[in-house]
Design a protein around this ligand. Structure first.
Ligand code: C2E
Ligand code: MG
Ligand code: MG
Length: 643
């Protein structure tokens, strides 16, 4: 073997091994030596090719045995599999539609995928190194996050709905699962959060709900939602022992519009009607389109039928103005059926059915009117609604008058003070008594204006009497229970006193027992605030309102007015005698003054005086009259000598 041949053989073996090791490690062979021209030339000359080929052939054919012998084949196979798995995972990681976020054990973001960028709007470099709290929406409280961290640390994972914030600031819902990944030591090394954007699902859910519950043409709640709300309203009304009402509103002869003008114009009419009615009641009531040309109104709090009737009248009035549809003026009318809970029906279903029956009645009656389910009530309701609207006008037209009824001191028999009593001087009906219009005013909310007006007039009159030197020590003004529960009565009274210049000591306010009893705690508070103004307080119609003695003791009241019902039976009726004497004793024991109302005879006056009653008021002394007619020096004698 020549020197050259030996060298070539050595090089061949060396390069052969090198190639083999390369292949062993990297899985493919690169015959580097093939590119060396000097070597190639030498091998050509010394049949080096043969040696190289031989070496390589031997090594290659025994590669399998060799690898097995060396124990590296399994290792290699696993390495390949891991490599493939990694490639697949990377592809999945990047192509999945779910956002993926990986943090280290400190909670710093170390990896995000493409979907994360798409969903959140953040680029990887804007979030890497940050804590995921960067995406907090502020919609969840700390307790929510504490529960989440607890679940991850105890169970290793958490999944649930969470609201986060996109880069744009938009808050959106996502379904997120978070898993802790432990390292070899068993310690959590990474946290992987996978999430999907739920906003589209939520939106479609919302759309589905919208479609199921709202009318597509008008956007109003539909029959289904209206029925649901009526059911809720009935349950709530039952719980608080209040009433509620349903009004079914049906357009008169709507079919003619559809037939003559076409359905698309008919749709425009329905939309205009919906708009007008919505404008009328804003968001206070539930207005729904029940289908076709039928609308419905739900009045959740309706203690009396007059409220529902008043609302129906408002709807009827709203149709007085024409509807402007594509340049044409259309005059429409409507009929309304009213049903009340609990008077007419005890369930939502019954309420709707009865409102429908009432609607049928209204149609039969000639349309453009309303009807109540209970027939007899309709006329009564209509009269009261008319009265309310007339009363509104009466206040504006200054048709109200204040009459004064003297209150006599039973000892001196002289006038001690007066009670202001309102009257309505109706242009056609003459003097209307408050017994007729005060309840209507209370139900329609007009009472506030009336009481304020009477208070102002009475205070002004009292100032005038004082200026004229009239010997009168107080003017008493009635305050409605509605006013009394409004809360700021003391402020209103203070304002009137200040504006009229009357010293509070000359004013007495009369509240009924029932006004106090409807909300005793609030009433007692209000009474104290009024008392602090420096005026005095009287309980009117005492004996009719089941006052508890304990409560009475806590009230800063200076006077009890025995109801005229008990005085009427005097001096013959034993029960009335017992009650009147008990009230007098009670008032005395509480250091209150006592006044008997409705004294119509000298016997009654004498009996009351004898029983220790200090003040008396009634037709026997004087009727309510205009201020100018009072005879201040009249002292009627009821036969007993003053003590
Ligand atoms: P009230 O406060 O108990 O007033 C006494 C009522 O008894 C008055 O009726 C008076 O005219 C009447 N009366 C007085 N003496 C006699 C009598 O000897 N026999 C009979 N049978 N009746 C007598 P009026 O003026 O019709 O007032 C009725 C009720 O209307 C009042 O009862 C009061 O609760 C209410 N009222 C009157 N004016 C006002 C007011 O300005 N505001 C408020 N909220 N209520 C008022
Ligand atoms: Mg009174
Ligand atoms: Mg009274």
């Amino acid at each position: 073997m020549t020197d050259l041949t030996r060298k070539a053989l050595g090089a061949s073996i060396f390069y052969g091994w090198l190639t083999f090791l390369w292949w062993l490690i990297f899985g493919y062979a690169v015959p580097v030596w093939l590119t060396d021209p000097v070597l190639l030339h030498q091998w050509q000359q010394t049949s080096g090719y043969l040696w190289v080929a031989l070496t390589v052939l031997v090594l290659f054919s025994y590669r399998g045995c060799l690898l097995r012998w060396l124990g590296t084949d399994e290792l290699l196979r696993r390495q390949h599999e891991d490599y493939d798995r990694l490639r697949i995972a990377a592809a999945v990681f990047d192509s999945t539609r779910e956002g993926v976020l990986v943090t280290n054990e400190k909670g710093q973001i170390i990896h995000v995928n493409r979907a994360f960028v798409d969903i959140t709007g953040y680029q990887p470099e804007e979030v890497l190194g940050f804590n995921p709290s960067k995406f907090k929406s502020g919609r969840h409280d700390t307790a929510f996050y504490t529960r989440m961290y607890q679940a991850i640390s105890q169970d290793g994972h958490w999944a649930g709905e969470i609201w986060n914030r996109r880069k744009s600031g938009e808050v959106y819902p996502q379904w997120q699962s978070i898993r802790g990944l432990t390292g070899r030591s068993g310690q959590v090394k990474h946290f992987v959060a996978v999430f999907s954007d739920l906003s589209a699902i939520k939106r479609s859910e919302q759309e589905r709900l919208q479609l199921a519950h709202f009318d597509a043409l008008t956007g109003l709640p539909n029959r289904l939602l209206f029925t649901e709300r009526t059911t809720e309203a009935v349950a709530a009304a039952q719980a608080v022992k209040r009433g509620c009402a349903v009004l079914l509103i049906d357009l008169d002869h709507f079919k003619n519009i559809n037939d003559s003008l076409g359905h698309s114009l008919g749709d425009l009419v329905l939309r205009s009607v919906a708009e007008r009615l919505s404008g009328l009641f804003a968001s206070k009531l539930t207005l729904a389109r029940m289908g076709g040309d039928e609308f419905a109104l739900l009045l959740k709090d309706c203690p009396q039928m007059i409220q529902a009737a008043g609302l129906a009248q408002q709807v009827l009035d709203a149709f007085n103005a024409p509807f402007l549809i594509e340049g044409q003026q259309l005059f429409l009318t409507t009929s309304i059926g009213i049903s009340l809970f609990p008077n007419d029906a005890l369930s939502a279903e019954q309420l709707l059915r009865n409102a429908d029956a009432a609607l049928f009645k209204a149609k039969r009656r000639g349309r453009e009117c309303y009807a109540l389910y209970t027939e007899e009530l309709t006329l009564h309701a209509q009269q009261r609604v008319e009265l309310a609207s007339e009363l509104r006008r009466a206040i504006e037209q200054q048709e109200l008058r204040v009459y004064y009824q003297p209150v006599h001191d039973l000892t001196t028999r002289r006038i001690s003070g007066v009670e202001a009593l309102v009257r309505w001087e109706h242009p056609e009906r003459g003097m209307v008594s408050p017994g007729e219009f005060i309840p209507v005013a209370e139900q329609s909310g007009l009472i506030a204006d009336i009481d304020d007006w009477v208070l102002r007039a009475a205070c002004t009159q009292m100032r005038q009497w004082q200026a004229d030197g009239v010997p009168v020590s107080f003017v008493a003004v009635n305050i409605s229970s509605r006013q009394f529960s409004s809360g700021d009565l003391d402020l209103q009274v203070a304002k009137v006193l200040q504006q009229t210049g009357l010293a509070p000591a000359y004013l007495e306010l009369e509240v009924t027992e029932s006004a106090v009893m409807s909300d005793p705690e609030q009433a007692i508070e209000q009474l104290h605030r009024l008392r602090e103004l420096g005026l005095s307080l009287a309980i009117d119609d005492f004996g009719t309102g089941y006052s508890s003695l304990l409560r009475l003791k806590r009230m800063p009241v200076q006077k009890l007015k025995i109801d005229q019902g008990f005085v009427a039976g005097l001096p013959a009726d034993d029960d009335d005698i017992a009650i009147v004497q008990a009230i007098i004793a009670l008032a005395r024991s509480m250091s209150m003054q006592v006044l008997a109302e409705g004294i119509e005879s000298a016997e009654q006056a004498a009996f009351l005086y004898d029983s220790g009653c200090q003040l008396g008021q009634g037709y026997w002394f004087a009727r309510p009259m205009p201020a100018a007619q009072i005879d201040w020096y009249k002292a009627p004698d009821f036969g007993l000598t003053p003590v």
